[in-house]
Design a protein around this ligand. Sequence first.
Ligand code: PLP
Length: 375
Amino acid sequence: MTMQFIDLAAQQARIGEKLHDRIRAVLAKGDYIMGKEVAEFEAGLSTFCGAKHVISCANGTDALLLAMMALDVKKDDAVFCPSFTFAATAEMVPFFGAVPVFVDVLPDTFNIDPASLTRAIQHARTLGLNPVGVVPVDLFGLPADYDAIEAIAAEHGLWIMADSAQGFGGVYKGRTTGSIGRIATTSFFPAKPLGCYGDGGAIFTDDDEIAKRLQSYRVHGKGAHKYDNERLGMNSRLDTLQAAILLEKLAIYPDEIEKRQVIAARYSSALANAVGVPHVPEGLTSVWAQYTILLRDEAQRDGLAAHLKSAGIPTAIYYPRPLHRQTAYGGFPVDPNGMAVSESHATRVLSLPMHPYLDEPTQRTVIDAIIDYVK
Ligand SMILES: *Cc1c(COP(=O)(O)O)cnc(C)c1O
């Protein structure tokens, strides 16, 4: 048996029958686009996280794009994004003629550093940009520091668009991600904590007006009906089949989040003396999209990854290069104090096998191999 980094087959074994029933029901009915499962799933997400409106769409990147359309992002607007994230977080911003301004992250949570955000806002103003919004990322499943970000956003009149592609279902001091921010977005890419069997995404908001615009933008800017085009939109819908699959996955998601806590706690207690383990601040719950450790330096990180690979243990590096160091993003502004944490972490992070079905003996193998290498 080869060890899985994320074991989707184990989840399928658990709910396989139900998935097949769901898929068969869609095939029998044939309503592949916007079938009843789509609305049913949106309602389930709304109940789950508490957001008033949920608009599903084709993927997490489109969710970010649609959200920026609804917020009317414009030329020379500055949108603040962490640099230590997946490219999609910042990718849509330049399509509006707006400018992503990169913010550093905190060393212990890997999420937006509020002090860096404040510096980046001042810096954007000196560049003649118009600061309009911030895109906090709930990296690796851990909610960002929303109290601090909300205070800064209120002071500077910014909207918050939470990129919770990795963090949907996480809790920040009693609030579930999806319900935090003017808008929140998520992704159902198969490897995300709540994933489908293809591409999928969703947008969350309490704002009736924004919700109305999103409904329209995702179907060619429709008005009262499909052939009434009020605005330029796009085609970005969640397939009925994916919604049907996600309904069964959402049903077990709370239990899976619980299981992820147990596995993360087991890693942390066993590894805390050997490597840097993830820090979860008081009052927060991570959904553990990744369990990411910090090594001393790049040599130790790469050595450990090779050691684990030779022992048949898969690992991944999220992310080997911060966005402001990427060819596509290198020309955009950054925190004037520099991006030390993003740059250092890119050389030191290593993500371990993490999923709700990781059994204790298998996890023991991973832990022993790490301790064996770093001791
Ligand atoms: C996966 C991911 C996205 C994009 O989601 P897709 O569904 O793959 O388009 C956006 N932001 C972050 C942080 C992600 O991890």
